[in-house]
Design a binder for this molecule. Sequence first.
Ligand SMILES: *Cc1c(COP(=O)(O)O)cnc(C)c1O
Length: 488
Amino acid sequence: MDEKASQQLHKPMPDMGQDSANILQQLDAFKEHDPNYKDGRVWSLVYYLNEDHSDFLKESYHRFACENGLNPTAFKSLKKFETDVISATADILNGTKDVCGVVTSGGTESCLMAVKTYRDMARDKRRVKRPEMIMPESAHVAWFKASEYFGVKIRLVPLLDDLTPNLKKLKRMINRNTVMILGSAPEYPHGTIDPIAAMGEIAQKRKIPLHVDACVGGFILPFMEMNGEEIPLWDYRVPGVTSISADIHKYGYAAKGASTITYRNMDYLRYQMFVYQNWPGGVFASSALLGTRPGGAYAAAWGVLQYFGKAGYRALAKDTLEAVNRLKAGVEEIPELEVMGNPRGPLFAFKSTSPDLNIYAVGDQMDALGWQVNRNQYPSGLHAMVTAQHLKVVDQYLEDLKKSVEIVRANPELAGEGGAATYGMLAHVPLRGMVKKKVLEMYSEQYKAGGGELDMSAEQTNSGTGKGLVDRMLAWWVARETRRGSGG
Ligand SMILES: *Cc1c(COP(=O)(O)O)cnc(C)c1O
């Protein structure tokens, strides 16, 4: 191949356009290898109810698909959606009329904004130059991202046996550089609700803002409580809580691209705002991370809140809780399995208590039976994000889980094969920096123009890293170990 040919892109822009019907057909065809979430086989990523509901979301989305929420005074419709969504959110989070907030594009944006806000507030009010945030080990990865993006150092609070943060250690981590404390309701990896009331007391005494990450719990825990479930206090009723993130595109069953960040009052939110008055394009103000903001996502979020109302969400929460409780009970019935911690919401994880039963091998068997089960590390386990839709597959899931455990019990060598071997190694490679470097290399490969075509047949696993990626990771690790001759 000559120099020029080797530099050519594999996929240049088409020279000529095609007709839209043809393209829509192609779009549908591309779905073929995507996870099939419609029959309750997928336990993360998508919060799906049924086709009627999806059609309603799409209808409301497409009515505003081209509208832009950048400037709240331009499209009054979009500002109304935002105001209504924030008010409804403040209501279910038991806030007062002082609560204020912004609709964002997702949980990550909401979390990023909280870190920026509290960093800037501490800079302004206390001249903090080397900002730090205190958060439990179980905090969502979005907070690690925020720390990196905004240069706020993390002090990581270790967990107790029940997977709640060690509050004695948390207290000792507070210093003059602390700009915020974080708790979750619940945390994603195990579904445990952090002791927010106790954390609120600490935060208030030391005059430090406390953010509650209810990205996943915000649109279900309130309805579980309205249904009479005993849920420890975690919202604005806890005096020390200064802000809460809650995603509508999770248990609000909205279209993707809708979350909320609310604050107890404007004294906090004003540090989230960005204003630049000297831009040649005019005076510019922005309330969160995005410039152009997708009107469709706000319309669908507004629509879904009107559609369900409290009664609808309570019914969904009831079905979800029934599914979770039956799943947890079924897992506990299997002698070698144990639910981790004390999950109270819609998520849980379980681990093996027997050295003879590799939990990742159980996961492989579940995958082979057509489920898509996520893996936890530290400690090793399997994870489930349960929705109302899963109620109809509870019995099948538990039957297959029993079957999977039996297979692994009878074939312990499965722990050294396939995904089990890979996940085991990924979790136990001692040089974490090496893991990071290698994942970065492989992940970057997928973003090359004209190269690195995604293997469409590869199953997706956690965090958007394909299974193909993990397999290559394993190959790399094995080759490395062989070279070193360590035999380990
Ligand atoms: C999902 C989640 C996030 C991040 O939300 P995205 O919408 O995926 O960006 C943050 N925190 C928790 C606890 C979550 O469950």
